[in-house]
Design a protein around this ligand. Structure first.
Ligand code: FAD
Length: 403
């Protein structure tokens, strides 16, 4: 079983086969797979606990409805891990509360119907054969809470959500890695062969393999290694709305692709959010302010596709609205950076996520396979060098927040 602790002089490891920087779900999944591959893996996390920064702000949802081939190729094995989690981590009965309530992308703009239909065709061509196109009529019949104006939708019943807190802890428990809390990477050490260690606030750890999984701070960790990574953190806000009888609890995650807003049920209430495509790029941050009137703006938008929100909004009290914020991290093609960096042997990336929860299990495994040689770097379409090589395959998956 992995150990999660605040190290002292005695317990601080002086060397490791691999050091992962960052204890969000992406880093912890990476440490899990490195450890499962037989490496002595150490993870350093600067905060008080695992999964307390961006991962804790997520609405914990997953989908296979991607139009980018690489994202789909990463999401499919990733979701398979979450669907078989107890078995994968080897702890019988371990429960991450997975729910298959579906993802429903709706639109009320007749000009977008062809794009919606094309998205489903793309999902299917990438092997996701249970993604469905619904006409407005079909969508209303299945989801009576939708507005009459909805003209088309994509839906996949087996999409859904799970507890990413439980998943992160499960990855940590299901392996032999060591997870060091309140331990901050301050520098990446190099020599003529490449990476040779990580300097932290508690001392240095000698290693020939470092994985940068520092979430919004991955650009800073990249600079420690002399790399200028094209990573852009952008604040994303959500709000939890306290339980209300009008919010259908058996609904899927419902996304309005016209207004970039979404909601999903949660414990009698619901999460609401607007992925504003015009939100500016910010600096990496641990504390992020929320806008005071944001929830009201989001509700105003949601009413267009789900009119019941109007009734919720009318009777809403300040105490019913619980706002919070985290950061998406974008790359030039809105897809993550995964695997070794050719300029610095031993330095690996696992960063650049706007959907890192759902991709974490697959991405961690790809990194471990790249470290051990089980995966050829040329078979990794999300390698950093793709920009230089000119092999970027862009997509237009809904809800990524950048057009
Ligand atoms: C409102 C919102 C909703 C979202 N909803 C979803 C969703 O439904 N599904 C989905 O898949 N994704 C969602 N996301 C995105 C998802 O939360 C992130 O992509 C994911 O959590 C990234 O995980 P991570 O491990 O890379 O980053 P983080 O969770 O941020 O972890 C990085 C860790 O690195 C640590 N760190 C940084 N620098 C150092 C250092 N120098 N030394 C040591 N430690 C360091 C940090 O303290 C942090 O704990 C959402 C995000 C937001 C903001």
């Amino acid at each position: 079983m992995g150990t999660v602790f605040i190290p002292d002089d005695e317990t601080f490891p002086r060397m490791a086969d691999a050091v992962v920087v960052g204890g969000g779900i992406v880093g912890v999944a990476t440490a899990f797979w490195l450890s499962r591959a037989g490496l002595d893996a150490v993870l350093v996390e600067m905060r008080d606990g695992l999964s307390t920064l961006t991962t804790a702000q997520s609405i914990e949802s997953f989908r296979l409805q991607f139009t980018e081939p690489a994202m789909s190729a990463l999401a499919q094995p990733s979701i398979e891990v979450f669907e078989n989690f107890a078995q994968v981590i080897g702890i019988p009965g371990y429960d991450i509360s997975i729910r298959h309530q579906g993802y429903l992308f709706v639109c009320d703009d007749p000009n977008l119907v062809d794009a919606v239909r094309a998205a489903v065709e793309k999902h299917r061509s990438l092997g996701v054969t249970d993604s469905e196109f619904l006409t407005g009529q079909e969508a209303h019949a299945r989801f009576p809470f939708l507005a009459e104006s909805v003209v088309a939708a994509t839906f996949r019943q087996r999409d859904g959500w799970f507890s990413c807190h439980e998943a992160t802890q499960g990855f940590a428990k299901g392996c032999d890695a060591r997870f060091l809390l309140r331990t901050k990477a301050a520098d990446i050490l190099t020599d003529a062969q490449g990476v040779c260690g990580v300097e932290t606030n508690r001392g240095s750890i000698a290693t020939r393999t470092v994985v940068n999984a520092a979430g919004p701070f991955a650009g800073i960790v990249g600079r420690m290694a002399g790399l200028d990574l094209p990573l852009e953190p952008v604040r994303r806000q959500k709000a939890f709305i306290s339980p209300k009888p009008q919010i259908p609890q058996d609904a899927p995650l419902v996304m309005d692709i016209v207004r970039d807003t979404y909601w999903r049920p949660e414990v009698g209430g619901g999460y609401i959010a607007w992925v504003n495509p015009d939100e500016p790029v910010g600096d990496p941050a641990e504390e992020l302010p929320t806008d005071r009137y944001r929830a009201a703006m989001v509700l105003e938008k949601l009413i267009h596709i789900c009119p019941f929100w109007e009734e919720v909004a009318i009777n809403l009290k300040k105490a019913d609205v619980h706002p919070s914020a985290g950061q998406y991290v974008y790359t030039p093609d809105n897809q993550p950076l995964i695997g070794p960096v050719s300029d610095l042997p031993g330095f690996h990336l696992n960063c650049g996520y706007w959907a890192g929860v759902m991709l974490s299990a697959g991405a961690g495994k790809w990194v471990a396979n790249l470290v051990t040689g089980a995966m050829d770097p040329q078979d990794n379409p999300l390698r950093f060098s793709r920009y230089q090589e000119g092999i970027v395959v862009e997509g237009d998956s809904f809800l990524r927040g950048r057009h």
